[in-house]
Design a protein around this ligand. Sequence first.
Ligand code: 2BA
Length: 103
Amino acid sequence: MKLVLSIVHRDDADQVIQALIEAEFRSTTLSTTGGFLREGNATILVGTEEEKVPAALDIIKANTRQRTQNVPALLRILLPQSKEVVIGAATVFVLDLEQLLHF
Ligand code: 2BA
């Protein structure tokens, strides 16, 4: 079993979740905050069999997009070299899952 943990833009989260449901994946979405921009994003957890991981990744890729954003003024003072940042479509961690239990 694997845990696919993906951090996506909050505006893409609903589309990803809907596509996961249509493909019969189960998921949980957490409202999270990026450490750099301090803006809300979404972290989607999917517990699944190892052989289904590529399909889950395809869904995440197909339903997210990269964005460019101005760095907020306060951060620009601290990091003057960064005027804009590219927010990737998704940041994904695939972790080994020892057990997946439902009670
Ligand atoms: P944030 O931490 O808010 O970062 C938003 C974007 O700002 C990043 O996009 C990156 O382009 C830029 N950025 C982040 N830290 C920076 C720094 N120290 N200096 C200059 N620019 C910086 P992404 O890399 O696509 O990350 C999007 C979101 O994914 C992040 O939001 C964070 O919530 C998460 N993330 C990315 N890498 C991570 C990691 N290694 N561990 C945990 N979370 C991560």
